[in-house]
Design a protein. Structure first.
Length: 156
């Protein structure tokens, strides 16, 4: 899908630059790509604009499918475990607002606000995988277990 040039002003770039993206001569930054996706109400995806992200993180390109539980007696299955909770800290002074953290988060815990800054919207979804922390070029993100969880484990 070609990006309509009329959204150039809305997303803050020139129509000439959008033309170059449409012709394949230029590639938008992750931040600009997210603005384009938002302006087009999801008619185009981030991976349509930045297929290189699929190479870096192939799971983002494939639809997630639920796995069927393996057959076996229920007695062998462990009981439900309490999900660990994590805190995601974003150090604003170090962040250059590139959007890589939001692009790599498999649980979509981090989103980009209207000003282009990363925001932790769904901390309860965080699994502590550390993808955002590992891929941040500015070391502006820290993922750590909640202190209440740590204190509870130490008491046990």
């Amino acid at each position: 899908m070609k990006i309509p040039l009329k959204i150039a002003r809305e997303i803050g770039c020139s129509a000439d630059f959008l033309s170059k993206i449409n012709r394949g001569e230029r590639r938008p930054s992750v931040k600009l790509a997210r603005k384009i996706v938002a302006a087009l109400d999801g008619r185009i995806t981030l991976l349509d604009l930045r297929p290189d992200l699929a190479d870096l993180y192939p799971a983002a390109a494939e639809p997630r499918q639920a796995q069927a539980p393996s057959p076996g007696p229920a007695a062998e299955l462990p009981g439900p475990r309490a999900q660990k909770k994590y805190v995601i800290d974003i150090f604003r002074a170090w962040c250059k607002e590139c959007g890589i953290c939001a692009a790599f988060c498999p649980q979509q815990c981090i989103t980009i606000d209207e000003e282009g800054r990363p925001v932790v919207d769904h901390a309860e979804r965080c699994t502590g995988c550390g993808w955002c922390e590992l891929h941040c070029p500015d070391f502006a993100i820290s993922v750590r277990p909640c202190e209440a969880e740590t204190e509870k484990e130490e008491a046990d």
